[in-house]
Design a binder for this molecule. Structure first.
Ligand code: PLP
Length: 382
């Protein structure tokens, strides 16, 4: 089995049989489609802006319930380009949760704007809307709810804050492919949503890839230009942009895997239910919970335990790859030291960072493997 080590996942050694994310099993399901289709692209030489990219963009938009999706090179670029298309730039502030992957705030900084961090709620560890209104200033232009671990942030409440303050909402849906709230999929709440197709994501490419989803034609057109040197018509550059296109070869993979995404998400949900049952009687473990109205897609199954670092090491010694998403809240990273935050500024995120532990989670995880994970966790806590 193959183990990816996205961020802060202890790599498994070859002798181990439990993968954190099993990409080989996914490939085995799609290989018969992907390999000949890639071969065709290689024969045609349509590596950039090939037909498969357009097919994927249309299929992904349909899947998300959006009018447009625009393929880009990765999820970080997707967020930067969506923010730029929404008018965010130098001098602006953008509200971002302190508990997220660095890219959520890094993309904001790359537009020239400044991230304005907000703490998470203590139960779901998602952006806390009650605290969001308090950090709005005259310079605040946008808010980026992050649908962390596979479930949506509380969008009605966040939208209410945004509407009151006149902010643009751009959803970071990198971890929430197919997730919904009140039956509405990630991406349909804000002016745009951004997706990463990093290999370990619920819908993953064979390298970096991403997309911006929106039902606004001007935002879609702006992202189309930004991803391609400011150009939507060859060699016409009314504005400057970037080189951030989605590779045709990656689109081949995404088309094949998209057809399986609902089944794979259902398998993740079944695995999460099994973990919930198996962990119910393990003392010391706080299980993750699902927010109101949410259909969770379990990108990560994150428990909270005391003495997390010791437990994490014990799991690794027992051959169980576990992860920490994420060990340092964004306001305490060196990258944002210039914002002048101190320990104690966002106590919920800081407290959680010492307790969170991501257990192996993927669509091909077996009950027997989960029993081994839970036994190792119980032994470490016992
Ligand atoms: C919440 C979140 N936002 C943004 C990103 C950035 O995506 P990418 O790695 O494709 O640039 C990721 C991916 O790792 C993520 O998890």
């Amino acid at each position: 089995m193959t183990t990816v080590s996205p961020d802060h996942v202890t790599p498994a050694t070859p002798a181990e049989s439990i993968a954190f994310v099993d990409l080989a099993a996914q490939h085995a399901e799609v290989a018969a489609e992907v390999v000949p289709s890639m071969d065709l692209v290689m024969q045609k030489g349509t590596f950039i802006n090939g037909e498969e990219v357009r097919v994927f963009e249309e299929a992904w938009a349909r899947y998300c319930g959006l009018a447009h999706t625009v393929g880009v090179a990765n999820g970080t670029d997707a967020l930067e380009l969506a923010l730029r298309a929404a008018g965010v730039g130098p001098g602006d502030e953008v509200i971002v949760p302190a508990n997220s992957f660095i890219a959520s705030a890094g993309a904001v900084a790359r537009t020239g704007a400044s991230p304005r961090f907000v703490d998470c709620d203590p139960v779901h560890l998602l952006m806390d809307p009650a605290l969001t209104a308090a950090v709005v200033t005259a310079r605040t232009r946008a808010v980026v709810p992050v649908h962390l671990y596979g479930q949506l942030a509380p969008m009605d409440e966040i939208r209410a804050v945004a509407e009151q303050a006149g902010l643009v909402v751009v959803e970071d849906a990198a971890q929430a492919h197919g997730a919904s709230q009140g039956g509405r999929r990630a991406g349909s709440w804000g002016v745009a949503a951004t997706f990463s197709f990093y290999p370990g994501k619920n819908l993953g490419a064979y390298g970096d890839a991403g997309a911006v989803g929106t039902s606004s034609a001007p935002v879609a057109q702006s992202v189309e230009a930004l991803r391609n040197h400011g150009s939507r018509t060859r060699y016409e550059h009314p504005t400057l942009g970037f080189n951030s296109r989605l590779d045709t070869l990656q689109a081949v993979v995404l088309n094949a895997k998209l057809a399986r995404l609902d089944r794979w998400n259902a398998a993740r949900r079944a695995a999460a239910d099994r973990y919930d049952q198996m962990l119910a009687d393990v003392p010391g473990v706080t299980r993750p919970s699902t927010g109101h109205g949410n259909e969770h897609v379990w990108h990560l199954y994150v428990v909270r335990v005391p003495e997390r670092d010791r437990v994490h090491a014990a799991l690794h010694a027992a051959g169980v790859p576990a992860g920490i998403h994420y060990p340092t809240p964004l306001h305490l990273t060196g990258a944002f030291a210039h914002l002048g935050h101190a320990r104690g500024d966002f106590p919920v995120a800081e407290g959680a960072a010492h307790e969170i532990l991501s257990l192996p989670m993927h669509p091909h995880l077996s009950e027997a493997q989960q029993e081994r994970v839970v036994a190792a966790l119980a032994a470490a806590l016992g």
